[in-house]
Design a binder for this molecule. Structure first.
Ligand SMILES: NC(=O)c1ccc[n+]([C@@H]2O[C@H](COP(=O)([O-])OP(=O)(O)OC[C@H]3O[C@@H](n4cnc5c(N)ncnc54)[C@H](O)[C@@H]3O)[C@@H](O)[C@H]2O)c1
Length: 259
């Protein structure tokens, strides 16, 4: 199957675009023909990520904080002003927060994780949905996690935030009843990334994370996932190939949650 999923001319807005998964997503979406609006609060890394796109790609980088309603409204307005529409929205920015058991977790850190992972996702949908509902067409993909499907030690707050993302996704899908707008989320498992190393290091008291062979012990695929493998599902959900898919939480976890 070569390039069955094409997104030629589609406008895709991606948040967290300077991160590991976001960068893989803008790259794949651009390769499939989409015009990209890449959003992240880290301007220099965003610029570096944009440089990696195919020379033919049309891309716009916007530095914004997804927890600020004004900045979210601005990136949505800028995307529409520049490209006329938003066809796909990958609402992906997120943080892992502190890696600590609940009694040691500060309220401040708790609120920060919820602010980025839940409020940020909510604000993105709040401002993108009107654009998509007006045109009666569009695909929103939020990033949850397998931590949104099960409990996980020392990342209770992160896990709670990702459970919330799944709830927001399913409710938004219902709110789009009878329209051409679909809302889904992806639930990545253990992806080879900075965030994964940080979590495993935190669980190990700041020492080196456990060896990969041990990490993959309970993964049927017996390996970590790659960011590009998450991006593939995002491209699918963004495309018309997923025309009957809404309200779903797609695991990309090598079978971890089946185990
Ligand atoms: N890496 C994994 O193993 C894994 C697994 C499951 C889910 N996820 C989720 O996937 C998403 C991407 O993770 P990643 O591994 O690429 O992490 P990452 O840290 O590499 O990327 C996250 C990006 O989000 C940006 N960001 C954070 N807060 C922001 C804010 N307030 N405003 C704007 N941008 C902000 C960061 O600058 C960063 O570029 C996250 O939602 C994460 O929770 C990751």
């Amino acid at each position: 199957m070569t390039d069955r999923i094409r997104l030629d001319g589609r406008v895709a807005v991606v948040t967290g675009a300077a991160g590991v998964i976001g960068t893989a997503a803008i790259k794949l979406l651009a390769e499939r023909g989409a015009r990209i609006v890449a959003v992240d609060r880290r301007q220099a890394d965003l610029a570096a990520a944009i440089k990696e796109l195919p020379a033919s790609a049309e891309a716009l980088a916007i530095a914004a904080d997804v927890t600020s309603e004004d900045e979210v409204a601005d990136y949505v307005r800028t995307a529409v002003d520049r490209f006329g529409t938003i066809d796909a929205f990958y609402n992906n920015a997120g943080i892992e927060g502190d890696i600590k058991p609940i009694p040691q977790y500060s309220l401040e850190s708790f609120r920060k994780v919820l602010d980025v992972n839940v409020v940020g996702v909510f604000l993105g949908m709040k401002h993108v949905l009107p654009v998509m509902l007006k045109q009666n067409k569009g695909s929103i993909i939020n990033t949850a996690s397998i931590a949104g499907l099960m409990g996980s030690p020392h990342i209770a707050v992160y896990s709670a935030s990702k459970h919330a993302v799944i709830g927001l996704t399913k409710s938004a899908a219902w709110e789009c009843t009878g329209t051409g707008v679909r809302v889904n989320c992806v639930c990545p498992g253990l992806i080879d990334s900075r965030m994964l190393s940080t979590i495993f290091q935190g669980r190990n008291g700041g020492n080196a994370p456990m060896p990969i062979e041990k990490m993959v012990d309970r993964i049927p695929a017996r390996r970590l996932g790659q960011a590009s493998e998450v991006a593939s599902i995002v491209a699918f959900l963004a495309s018309d190939e997923a025309s009957y898919v809404s309200g779903s939480a797609y695991t990309v976890d090598g079978g971890r949650t089946a185990a």
